[in-house]
Design a protein around this ligand. Structure first.
Ligand code: MG
Length: 436
């Protein structure tokens, strides 16, 4: 169901929950002696390990996430590096989400430490969202962990609620960790912020907005949406107008059914294994490009080969980690083909009798709704893919390619493009291959 609508919602009934310093707090939760100390979670604790989450005490010393341990220890010899524990964070995440779901079924996890609660249809049960927000904060402390504090933003749409959660972190006293934004105070709230304070507006975009005469979030709210569109050079500009004017753009679930790519193979071409390999990669890249354009990740894949004698081989499977990357897609299908060939001792699926190849992806999730994998910066990979396709579109397909797209006679050189090998072990073999 798509919960976006171009109608402005006036009532503040969307809550955005953002856990404070989540990974560091989880560690301080389970190890009492880390509390009150400058702690940082690192993927690895070698000399040049990178700090990914800092405790309040470490932040107060001016240490920034992303700094390497050798530099951190120089500034602060008392700093305590702790190796990351993804399983622990996932367990706390699940407990937190289940607390939220006790109040409302309309809960969308946005990341490991963020979730949206949409109370639009819960007016009778929860007439005052602020009362509920306070109750949720207390509930997490009481039932999940007494050190797991969070900030909650309340607003008519998800974006402003997120902004509220960011502002709430700086609030003190009765409103610590809480900020409501609605039509009564939005101009005052935006008036205190700079463009760069808006989540999603980076340095480059600040510069472009300022060059076009928009210097503050407040000016952005009242700017002509078409002017914003021109500045952003995309529909994204219109979305920014929506976000700042109470229209929902950030809660997305859609009914897009699937995409498929198919190619016929001529008699001469099918004799070349190298050509078939390239063709298969092309199909994967085609679907990747379309998913990138629509900001979709798929959770199900279908693949079929048709042969000269009229027979076909089909396979379909679902995956637990939503996927967009062509190389990952290709590798997954290949792994399954290899497994099928091995268990059935059949002739190679890719052979010189293939007349057509068909690849499809379905069960989409929108990237705005994704529960990102821990420590995997999927946004960056998506940007990398997007940029690559933009260059290809503008300057031609062969001007830029992944190492993997270069073939060395027969074989494809590399199997880890922008993708991740992690997905290969994360296959959920739900569907059984068919052969007919
Ligand atoms: Mg957080």
């Amino acid at each position: 169901m798509n919960q976006n609508s171009i109608h402005a919602k006036t009532e503040a009934r969307v809550l955005f929950v953002d856990m404070d310093s989540f990974f560091a707090r989880c560690e301080q939760q389970v190890n009492f002696w880390l509390r009150g100390r400058p702690v940082g979670v690192c993927v690895y604790t070698g000399k040049y390990g990178c700090v990914i989450s800092l405790s309040k005490e470490a932040k107060a010393l001016g240490i920034k996430a992303g700094t390497r341990l050798n530099e951190v220890m120089e500034i602060c010899p008392d700093f305590i590096p702790v190796e990351s524990n993804p399983t622990r964070y996932r367990e706390f995440h699940v407990k937190i989400i289940s607390i939220l779901q006790q109040y409302c079924q309309d809960v969308v996890p946005k990341s490991i430490d963020e979730a949206i609660i949409n109370l639009t249809d819960y007016k009778l049960v929860h007439p005052d969202p602020e009362v509920l927000a306070r109750k949720i904060k207390q509930d997490i402390l009481d039932k999940v962990g007494d050190f797991l504090s969070c900030s909650i933003g309340i607003a008519p749409n998800a974006f402003l609620a997120k902004l509220g959660s960011v502002i709430g972190k700086k609030n003190e006293g009765a409103n610590a960790g809480l900020q409501l934004i609605d039509q009564n105070n939005i101009d005052a709230v935006l008036g205190r912020l700079k463009l760069g304070n808006l989540p999603g507006i980076g340095k480059q975009m600040c510069y472009r907005l300022e060059r076009a005469g928009i210097n503050t979030p407040l000016e952005m709210r009242y700017a002509d949406p078409h002017k914003l569109k021109a500045i952003f050079k995309s529909i994204e500009g219109i979305y920014w107008h929506y976000r700042l004017n109470f229209i929902e753009t950030n809660i997305v679930a859609h009914e897009y059914k699937g995409m498929q790519a198919m190619r016929q193979v001529s008699k001469e071409k099918r004799a070349s294994a190298e050509y078939m390999e390239q063709l298969f990669l092309t199909l994967c890249c085609t679907l990747e490009k379309r998913m990138v354009r629509h900001k979709f990740y798929c959770k199900a894949v279908g693949f079929s080969c048709h042969y000269t004698d009229g027979s076909r081989w089909e396979d379909g499977f679902t995956i637990s980690t939503p996927m967009q990357d062509a190389i990952t897609l290709m590798n997954m299908v290949k792994v399954r083909i290899a497994k099928f060939e091995e268990t059935t001792k059949c002739a190679p699926i890719f052979n010189n009798q293939i007349t057509s190849l068909r690849l499809s992806v379905t069960n989409f999730v929108n990237n705005g709704n994704m529960l990102y994998s821990l420590f995997e910066d999927m946004d960056k990979k998506e940007t990398a893919r997007k940029t690559m396709h933009a260059i290809k579109d503008q300057f031609g397909h062969n001007k830029i390619m992944r190492a993997v797209e270069l073939t060395d006679n027969k074989v494809i050189k590399d199997v880890i493009g922008f993708g991740s090998v992690k997905d290969l072990t994360d296959l959920d073999y739900a569907a059984i291959p068919r052969y007919d």
